[in-house]
Design a binder for this molecule. Structure first.
Ligand SMILES: [Zn+2]
Length: 84
């Protein structure tokens, strides 16, 4: 599974788009929502990013409770490049 290294969005699914570097080439780490023209959009803390992503996680994984998803995200996010 390839994940955006900022918001943990899966990148190996149809419709997922990588962000762009300053020179217009595609970022290898970040999605188009997080990263554009070599800069991150906004400057969220890891906690803010987790809260922002929670609704998408809930929609993608309705079998999990919010507590389970938050626990998983709090384990996953610190391993991503942006939050390391
Ligand atoms: Zn992202």
């Amino acid at each position: 599974m390839i994940l955006c290294q900022s918001c943990a969005m899966p990148m190996n699914v149809p419709g997922a788009r990588y962000g762009t570097e300053k020179d217009g080439s595609l970022s290898r780490d970040y999605c188009s929502y997080c990263y554009k023209g070599g800069e991150f959009s906004g400057n969220p803390t890891m906690e803010e990013m987790i809260q922002a992503c929670l609704p998408f996680e809930k929609a993608a994984r309705p079998d999990k409770s919010e507590e389970e998803l938050l626990k998983e995200m709090h384990e996953l996010f610190p391993t991503l490049k942006k939050w390391r």
